[in-house]
Design a protein around this ligand. Structure first.
Ligand code: ZN
Length: 180
């Protein structure tokens, strides 16, 4: 599944960097080891830990959600917000994607990059935010556990983390290729 990313150019990050950033993000929210991330709960009760706020909007143009790092604000379209309460995988991914913009492209200091050698880095902000969402919802440590317990299909990943099938397949591809 080739996907075109059309974000702005940002300082490069590798998949390993982003795995590390999401681990720190989960730690900072006290959510290590949580399988099915309570994304609505993070919005309602934990976002202030990051000094961020959110707003639910009926109309965001063509966008499902948007980050305003200069205002420490995430805007979420109401149908996407509602999707969080019915465990809609796509809505969960969309909101975590915005967490990624805030964590990596805003004022938050989660992005203290250490250089990882021999790992390709990517400069596209949208690729980075999607990768952040993927690892925020499906962290490396828990993926390792799941695979060690014998899971090998996207549907098992969907059930374990409450993500869409497409997100589960993409995450499995990364795990198969890099072991993280
Ligand atoms: Zn984005």
């Amino acid at each position: 599944m080739a996907r075109k990313y059309t974000g702005v150019e940002v300082p490069p990050l590798s998949i390993v960097d982003i795995s590390d950033i999401t681990r720190k993000a989960r730690e900072s929210l006290g959510l290590e080891g949580v399988w099915q991330l309570d994304v609505a709960g993070v919005l309602e009760h934990k976002l202030h830990n990051w000094g961020l706020d959110f707003e639910v909007c009926d109309d965001l143009g063509s966008k499902e959600a948007e980050s305003f790092p200069d205002k420490n604000l995430i805007k979420i379209r109401s149908d996407v917000y509602d999707g969080l309460f019915v465990d809609d995988g796509r809505s969960r991914f969309t909101v975590c994607h915005e967490f990624g913009h805030m964590a990596m492209h805003g004022e938050l200091s989660l992005n203290r990059k250490k250089t990882v050698k021999d790992t390709p880095c990517f400069k596209d902000s949208e690729w980075q935010a999607d990768t952040f969402a993927s690892f925020m919802l499906m962290p490396t440590e828990l993926m390792k556990k799941l695979i060690m317990d014998g899971a090998n299909s996207a549907s098992e990943v969907v059930d374990a983390f409450c993500v869409s099938n497409a997100a589960a397949e993409a995450r499995l591809r990364i795990f198969d290729k890099r072991g993280i």
